[in-house]
Write a protein that binds this ligand. Sequence first.
Ligand SMILES: *[C@@H]1O[C@H](CO)[C@@H](O)[C@H](O)[C@H]1NC(C)=O
Ligand SMILES: *[C@@H]1O[C@H](CO)[C@@H](O)[C@H](O)[C@H]1NC(C)=O
Length: 211
Amino acid sequence: MRFRAICGCIIISVLAIITAVIVVCVYYTNPSDPSFTINDFYVSALNLSDISSTTTAANQTISFDMKLRNSNKVMGAYYDPVRITFSYIPNIKLTFVVGEYTVPKFYQHNKNSMWVRETVATRGIAPYNRLVTSSVFMVQVSTKVGFKSPAYRKKDSVVVVANVRVDQTGKKDSKKGIKLFESGVGDDGLGCLSIQMRLLILSTATLLVIL
Ligand SMILES: *[C@@H]1O[C@H](CO)[C@@H](O)[C@H](O)[C@H]1NC(C)=O
Ligand SMILES: *[C@@H]1O[C@H](CO)[C@@H](O)[C@H](O)[C@H]1NC(C)=O
């Protein structure tokens, strides 16, 4: 009788520990990077219905609306300064940086979004050819992000890009938001896996000690 009660106790403890480890694994060890989405984009100098866009007095600004989202369920995110770089690609052989904007470092709670709506000064944007129906800009975001978690605090680089097509009104040519993606191949998945493996080994060791 007594033996069975002790057995039951041990089984319940083991189950509780396994559950706790699974919860920690799922919620705390595999943070996904924040996402960056361009909802609005307006290049004054490419608004062809604005007469001044043809002159040297063209308004050299880019106005944008970018959503920064931390979609992690339980982990808040620490961002280093977020550097946004705008490059103009007037034709396939030419790309040049025309403006930058930096969001000062900040902390973002889990499942939160922030919208950055700014107008930045740029240089050198002129309609390359007024017959061209659209122009392409490359938007790059680079920062480092760390997460508030007992298991995972290290800050990692995040570099994502997207091309934005602007039509003859100077605005982004589609209504849909444009999400920025990594241009290269990252090794983030492996990093997370190794942390999960370490936790698994740790929990197995704990089980062995208890049993
Ligand atoms: C483009 O320029 C015209 C003429 O100045 C202006 O009425 C219009 O609002 C501008 N377009 C945008 C999207 O701001
Ligand atoms: C240039 O355009 C932006 C966005 O439309 C506007 O906020 C800004 O006041 C304009 N600047 C000038 C000098 O007209």
